[in-house]
Ligand binder design. Structure first.
Ligand code: TYD
Ligand code: MG
Length: 457
């Protein structure tokens, strides 16, 4: 037996140092370094003594005949399949991260039940809940009759031994990675060493058997997957399940995907019977709309290949502070500063004596620069107290010179707006005019000043 060795490992980035420090040299985080015991390093002991074995090389062209099963297992839950890029990939590992209580276990139980119903062998290993608790949740989801195999295990070697019995599973769900531990590492479950070693063993299992594996990971308040940020690099795909407190909708977002796109999202709504798919997110985000109030503009955005309409709300109010307040929810603070600066410098609109609040309705988060035009419109509308037309959508990027630049997918954005009953659009020049009900009712400003004149008269 190798002599136990102490190492000091940053729980945030996994950096290893020989002594304790208050601050990690590698990632700069404070109080993240923890002493862990590893037996001769992970896998360094017995494996280092193993004699090498010859592998097998195959011609790339011969692989087509080797894959006997369909390479992907679609879950049948369209929003989940959209985020994974068409289903779980055999032999791959997916990490599903999210805040505790957001609905990760619910989503995966629903996926497990749907897949098991189609004749796949699905094993759900729960390290957090007892089998009875998992069954209770399945009952609530109306899935208690689905032939999903449940196990309450936390030791990786035991789990792998359990899985080797019977038919090879098509999908294995491990809920969660933070509860797993392996005999190979000495430290407590949830520490970087354990999480990394456990993930490594599970991923090796997936690659060697061709089963698809889903690892569930909890995210800390700071937005990192606690400890297993290192796991992100090891798995084939990383999906984040997000939601905003007080709202019922949840977004499954792919942030890494070796086998599919990373800009797709799946939208769900949490109900008392589990997660419900939302196939038209625009209706959800526009649901709470109070048209006709100054300061509201509808942005025609894109999420991957899908258009999403959301309302942007601005409140511009006289400030009593020396430095007026700028607050943003759901968008970029520096981006707001830029739009304000362009409005001041090129259009003569003054915000210097005003507090500015910007909010994206429904708790949704926008990352596209195409939202500039909608933000500028909402800001000018709130400042002047003049409401924007309720049936108008906005999209376009604003450059520092005050010019309005074209953005991608103009036709798709316009079509979605038409579908939802909007009758007008404001978008950049150079984009094709709408041909449906909006034809002839669009405004294509060349500069931000043109738009300000149109709104404020
Ligand atoms: P859960 O899937 O346990 O979250 P996670 O695994 O991400 O920690 O979801 C827990 C929350 O979801 C809990 O607050 C209850 C709620 N919920 C519903 O609203 N409806 C349901 O049908 C279920 C199963 C859970
Ligand atoms: Mg859970």
């Amino acid at each position: 037996m190798a002599k136990p060795r102490s190492q000091f490992i940053c729980q945030s980035c996994g950096n290893v140092s020989t002594r304790w420090a208050g601050k990690c040299d590698a990632c700069g985080e404070w109080n993240t370094i923890v002493e862990e015991n590893t037996v001769g390093g992970i896998g360094g002991g017995p494996q280092a003594l193993r004699s090498p074995r010859k592998g097998r090389v195959v011609a790339l062209t011969s692989l087509a005949g080797e894959i006997e099963d369909a390479p992907r297992i679609p879950s049948g839950i369209a929003e989940l399949d959209r985020a994974t890029g068409g289903g779980f990939v055999r032999g791959s590992a997916v990490l599903v991260g999210g805040d505790p209580g957001i609905g990760k276990s619910t989503l995966l139980m629903q996926a497990a039940a749907a897949l098991a119903g189609k004749g796949h062998r699905i094993v759900y290993v729960s390290g957090e809940e007892a089998v009875a608790q998992v069954r209770l949740r399945a009952q609530r989801l109306g899935a208690s009759q689905a032939p999903v195999e449940l196990a309450a295990e936390t030791n990786v070697e035991d789990i792998l031994a359990t899985l080797s019995e019977g038919r090879r599973p098509d999908l294995v769900i491990l809920d969660s990675i933070q509860t797993l531990w392996t005999d190979l590492a000495d430290s407590a479950p949830g520490t970087v060493t354990q999480v990394r070693a456990a993930a490594q063993a599970i991923i090796r299992y997936a690659k060697s058997t061709g089963a698809a594996v889903v690892l569930v990971g909890h995210v800390t308040k700071e937005g990192q997957i606690a400890g297993p940020r290192v796991v992100e690099h090891m798995v084939d795909a990383v999906l984040y399940f997000e939601g905003e407190g007080g709202h019922h909708f949840r977004i499954l977002r792919a942030v890494k995907n070796r086998f599919g796109p990373t800009d797709e999202i799946g939208v769900f709504e949490m109900s008392d019977k589990g997660l419900r798919e939302v196939s038209n997110p625009s209706e959800l985000f526009l649901g709470e709309r109070h048209a006709k109030a100054p300061g509201a503009a509808v942005f025609a955005g894109m999420e991957g290949t899908r258009p999403v309409l959301v309302e942007i709300q601005a409140l511009v109010a006289p400030s009593s502070l020396g430095t007026p307040r700028r607050a943003v929810v759901g968008w970029d603070q520096p981006r707001l500063a830029m739009v304000l600066a362009v409005l001041e410098a090129h259009c003569g609109v003054r915000f210097g004596q005003h507090d500015v609040y910007l909010n994206v309705a429904g708790g949704y988060r926008i990352s596209e620069p195409a939202a500039d035009l909608a933000v500028a419109s909402a800001l000018v509308s709130s400042l002047t107290g003049l409401a924007l037309p309720a049936d108008c959508v906005y999209f376009g990027e604003i450059s520092l010179s005050g010019a309005i630049r074209p953005v991608a997918h103009a036709q798709q954005r316009l079509k979605e707006a038409e579908k939802l009953g909007f009758g007008q659009a404001v978008f950049p020049q150079g984009s094709e005019e709408p041909s449906g009900p909006m034809a002839g009712r669009s405004f294509q400003p060349g500069t931000l000043t043109d738009l300000v004149i149109r709104i404020a008269g």
